[in-house]
Structures are given as C-alpha cells and as structure tokens.
Design a protein around this ligand. Sequence first.
Ligand code: PBG
Length: 335
Amino acid sequence: MKSELFETTDEFHAAERPRRLRRLQALRRLIQETRLSPSDFMYPIFVDRRVTKRQEIESMPGIYRLPLSDVEEEVAEISGLKIPAVLVFGLPSHKDATGSESYSSDGVVQQAIRTIKTASPELVVASDVCLCQYTDHGHCGVIRGGTVANDETLRILARVAVSHAEAGADMVGPSGMMDGQVKAIRAALDGRGFTDTAIMSYSAKYSSSFYGPFREAAESSPLWGDRRSYQMDPPNRIEAMREIALDVKEGADIAMVKPALCYLDVIREARGKFDVPIGAYNVSGEYAMIKAAGQKGWLDEKRVALETLTAIKRAGASFVITYFAKEAAKWLQEV
Ligand code: PBG
C-alpha cells in the first residue's frame, strides 16, 4: 500500500551512506583507523622479595606478586607473546623512613632487571622509580615537617635510577611527581655514563582513586594523609600540559598520562602538543572494574578490554601500560 508519505522519494533518500563501508567484516577491517597489536603493550610485573611462591593479588585477578625465581619464566612468556616491554615494580624485604632498599644494588628490582636482561635481552625493561613501596610511611618521598621534601627526595630518586641503570634497565620511570625529578635523574644518569638509558616520565599523574588495587599489590598505601600535595588534581587539564612541557624540557624521552580512561582528553591533547611518544597507564582500578564485571557476567570481559585498549590508542597513546597485556595479546591472535 502506498502512503502519501513515501511518494517524495528524494526527501527519504540519504545523500551520503557511510553504512556502505560497514557491510562486511572485511570492509570494516580495511578501513579500520586504529589497530591494536601486542606491540602496543607494556606489561607491569610485581616482584616480591618475601615470597617463595607466586601470590595472586585479590583485587587484580590473574596478576601475581612473583618471587625472583619466577621472573625468568614470566618474561619468557611475555616475550613469546610478542609484548615488547615490561615495567618492573618491587616489594622489598624491609621498609624504612627513606626507602633505602630502593637503591640497593642487590634490591629486588635490581636483581629482577639483571635476570630479565640476561634471560630475554631483547625485551625492553622499564623500571618504576618511586619510594612509596620502600618507605615505612608509604609516601613517595622523604618526610620533613609533615610533608614530602621535594629536593631531598630528588637525591634519592637519582640514586634509585642509577642503580636500575647499572642493573641494565633500558628505561627508568619516575612516578613520584616530584618537581625536577626528570632533570635530576638525567643529570645523575649522564654523570655515570648512562647516556643511553631513557626516561619515561609519569608526567601527568593524577591523584586518582583508581590506584586502589595497585596499592594492595604493592603495599604502598600512605599510612597517613594522601598524595594530593604531589600528584595532580583530577579536574586539571592545562596543568597537565605544563607538567609534560616541563618534563620534555628536562629531558624526558617519553611522557606518560596516568590513569588512562578518565583522562583520554589529556592523552589526546598531549598527543597534539608534544612530539615525544605519549604513554598511557591503564591502571589497576581500570583493570579491576572490567575483571569484576566480567566475573559477575555483567560485561563481556574480552570485548570490553579490547574496546578500552583501542580507545586509549585512538585517543593518541603511543603505547599502553596494561595488566591486560598478556590476555589481550592472546585474544588478538584469535582474530
Ligand atoms: C607508585 C605508583 C603507583 C602506581 C604506579 N606507580 C601508585 C600510586 O601512585 O599510589 C599505580 C599503578 C596502578 O594503579 O596500576 N608511585
């Protein structure tokens, strides 16, 4: 039956038809703007001095604290999955006021780095340079007069970075948000001849509630107070550009935005403004949310995780630090 409404065909004739290119899976593949591959990932690992068997982190299913004896096997798996890089975090055997185990040449991270570079020399080893796992108060620096003393902390961070470089780290990642940390670390590395050790700076690191599961994993919650006097305030974007600009000026080879999901606008803007690679940290809470909803059957974990990683890359990240790296690398092989 013909109705009045359908007689004027031109009004109901779409002039442009983007749907033409969505008809077939192969067509969609052909015009895909963002492609995810295992090369996009850096995988964080936690090495724990005090354990002899791997321990699963409750709020991060599938992620473990590893004894040193498991590191070789773990990195063999990571390399086998064609993931190019790991980020090493350490849990020391003891904590003190200045986090002195952080720069010990036989500290847990230093040993892990040596093991990895011997077992898998091609794997890029980045290391987290911060004190919060090593201080008894859990803050990211030395405390003076009730607050973190910036410049005194810089001296320790420089020592930590040099100790990681000596162990063979390809890249050091200062994550404490101390002012001038990149400059101090660059000077210390260069002064010891480590001119080829790169700095991946956690430049725009926000004071985020998405770090909760990590703090369980790394036992790095501050005993009192919070990190708001050094990490960035979530509402600020312009300030993030200032932080990145400072780090680039101080010699950062890579700038990072962290967390990723609530800060995709920051990643996007940083990508447009700076010509260094921009890393994005898909943090523990972002991982935990997807895992938890997946376990409950409320979300399709695999699809949501891949969509998330794709979005972070689409926003402009050069690579993504993610706890999903191993699983995502396997999922990507399936298609
Ligand atoms: C250490 C550090 C943290 C993370 C990476 N390095 C925790 C924090 O700042 O409290 C968080 C990583 C994550 O949540 O996955 N300063």
